[in-house]
Design a protein around this ligand. Sequence first.
Ligand SMILES: *[C@@H]1O[C@H](CO)[C@@H](O)[C@H](O)[C@H]1NC(C)=O
Ligand SMILES: *[C@@H]1O[C@H](CO)[C@@H](O)[C@H](O)[C@H]1NC(C)=O
Ligand SMILES: *[C@@H]1O[C@H](CO)[C@@H](O)[C@H](O)[C@H]1NC(C)=O
Length: 371
Amino acid sequence: MLLDFLVLGLIVVAQALDVVTPYNNKVVFSPPSNWPIPRTLYARSLLIAQDGADKNVLLATWENYSPQPPNVWFPVYRSTDLGQTWKPLSNITDTQNGWGLRYQPYLYELPSAIGNFPAGTIIAAGNSIPQDLSQTRIDVYASTDKGRTWKFVSHVASGGRADPVNGETPVWEPFFFTYEGQLVIYYSDQRDPEAHGQKLVHQITTNLINWGPVVDDVADSNPSDRPGMTTVAALPNGKYIMTYEFGGAPEINFAVYYRISDSPLTFASATGHNIKATTGQQTQSSPVVVWTPYGGTNGTIVVSANNSGGLWINKQLGAVNSPWTFISTGAAGGYARYLKVLPTSQQIFIVVGGVLGGSGNHVLASVVNLP
Ligand SMILES: *[C@@H]1O[C@H](CO)[C@@H](O)[C@H](O)[C@H]1NC(C)=O
Ligand SMILES: *[C@@H]1O[C@H](CO)[C@@H](O)[C@H](O)[C@H]1NC(C)=O
Ligand SMILES: *[C@@H]1O[C@H](CO)[C@@H](O)[C@H](O)[C@H]1NC(C)=O
């Protein structure tokens, strides 16, 4: 609790938490039991430092399998107590394709202006897909009022049928990152199926409207490989880390890999390394990486994967052969679980939308303290 501001000589106590007692699996959203399975999946979150009088606001969104028709949308929920309680804020709806916003939402706050969109604009990307799953299209929407209202901004990439098997040609799983004043969108790309069952790529924009050429980040020479689900974090030594799942990995299918590069635009030439704890826990599927300054001179790299409620951490900036430590948490595991570093930097916020194909999925929030 902070004494946030003085108004007319009265001390007004605002609900502005910087730190919270760690908690596990508080309900963000419980879908009605008549919704099609998996009901919810693939959650994402955003921490907004300041929204009017409110500090440290969390937003969350997820794949929302409401009964169809009408077209599906991405719900946006808001919390002002670091994730302990949530209220609906808005819906991001497809205003362009008549298909709905179906899979893989992502929320991001612009740290600097991009074209006519000022710093602080909230942007959302996601996969617009018709009910018959016959097409995929990564679209971008923007909110200039911290997530309360949304407007379509641009189409980034269009692909074929939304079926995650080699030979189909969809696009998937957008992720945003800012580099040298430009906005980068990373995504998974199956549009070159003879050469790459799936590869990881990015495109760049300086105005949020026009997107530059498709550039490879992970494009394996083995055409059956399926690297997927890019996330990226900046490290304090000026380098960048990306994690991805590696369909076709020798360790286990969809083992989590990472690459480190001097620029977040040149991961294609970096070497991939498997993430496995020194105590044996192997990562598998749908990873997310964040870096926090907490935990010593190098800070801590924190990675989530589908196959555990725990986390994998590295305190040596991901140096080759440096140790990854597995830490248990009370947070539920799940598919495409998401991480955010909270203001104290020791605390990690985790949001999860459930497990792939799960019949008991809910959207759940947890906060863990790093060791
Ligand atoms: C989102 O859309 C659903 C379905 O139309 C509606 O029930 C709900 O109230 C909307 N939520 C918000 C916050 O507008
Ligand atoms: C995710 O992990 C769970 C629990 O280990 C496992 O049952 C499930 O098959 C995994 N799913 C994927 C897509 O890896
Ligand atoms: C920081 O990371 C480097 C490798 O990048 C390592 O040599 C060094 O020991 C680390 N420092 C600490 C305090 O762990």
